[in-house]
Design a protein around this ligand. Sequence first.
Ligand SMILES: NC(=O)c1ccc[n+]([C@@H]2O[C@H](COP(=O)([O-])OP(=O)(O)OC[C@H]3O[C@@H](n4cnc5c(N)ncnc54)[C@H](O)[C@@H]3O)[C@@H](O)[C@H]2O)c1
Ligand SMILES: [Zn+2]
Length: 364
Amino acid sequence: MHVIDVTTHKPYQVVIGTMLLERTGEIVRGVCGGEHAVIITDSNVGPLYAHIVRESLEHAGYAVSVFTFPAGEEHKCAATLIDALEFCAEAQLSRSDCVVALGGGVTGDLAGFAAATYMRGCRFVQMPTSLLAMVDSSVGGKTAIDLKAGKNLAGAFWQPDVVIADIGCLGTLDEERVADGCGEVIKHGVIADEDLFATLEQTPLNADLIHRDLAHVERLIARNIEIKRDVVVADERESNLRKLLNFGHSIGHAIEACAEYQLGHGTCVAMGMVAIARAAAARGVCGNDVPERIEATCRAHGLATRTSFTTDEIFAAALHDKKRTGDSIDIVLPHRIGACNIERVSLAEFKHLIEDGIQTGACA
Ligand SMILES: NC(=O)c1ccc[n+]([C@@H]2O[C@H](COP(=O)([O-])OP(=O)(O)OC[C@H]3O[C@@H](n4cnc5c(N)ncnc54)[C@H](O)[C@@H]3O)[C@@H](O)[C@H]2O)c1
Ligand SMILES: [Zn+2]
């Protein structure tokens, strides 16, 4: 088992290991008082794991209610949020009681926003079950729902009281979802840890590894959470660092929008990382080995790295990105594997970077 301290203004711990669902009650008791717990989960994860979490919480003395919503990003919306809040009210949850998010990033974002707003904020436990939720969305305190106009447009910062990542849950995740989460895992290697990257080069993180060597997977996930934690904690002091987590995302988000969200986020990030690394190499910011290694590693993880969208299409989509500030944009350029810098570039310069970076061709 790994325990990682997140020392944001509200400190909390991330517990990573196996057979943790069974220990939920004990762990939650250690950090939250209260008498009630509402488990928020989706229609895929609930039937697999909610009964284990419920039993453990009841064993620790909580009265437990389970709110299940239909799985899928389209349900990370205002209607589901209101249903979840009404459910909490009906269950007579008080401010000192807790909302438990059991599921992927959709569940964590939605339940976190519910916890942030229910009675102006109640206790909150994150139990990520997807790879993406474990290495990315469950740590950092960002919660949100989507609006008709775009993704994550309404939300709040709301730190959990504890994060419980039972990596045994990864065994039921399909191959495509595992690959999708690997986009962020590879990103973490590029922005912060060459050793992590080299480990992924040698032994890709995939469904086979999950079934073969959970101890190795646990170490990988713990390292990823440390990297995300370090950036999030440092960002509370010197703002800007969080932008490092955007590596591959300026172009990646634009490709995601061009594809009308039909491509996985991890795939779009892989395309974005390879493109921006290629552009950086064309400017002499890094060697050619950097984009080559990133591309090979993404492919080894089952992620396509080439897009059929044109520079104009990608640039037009990027102009709508909420991260843009006026006529410039902050982008993350790799200097080598394990070290990246944030640079502010004009939109014209950004368009050149896209042009240099994207490689059209058959999607691998
Ligand atoms: N808050 C943040 O900082 C942050 C960061 C990155 C992404 N996000 C958000 O995260 C969401 C994407 O997360 P995601 O990829 O986990 O999506 P998701 O929650 O939709 O999960 C993907 C699919 O896998 C299923 N699933 C999850 N765990 C499972 C398991 N153990 N076994 C079987 N099926 C399982 C889900 O039911 C769903 O169908 C997006 O909405 C994105 O905006 C948030
Ligand atoms: Zn991402």
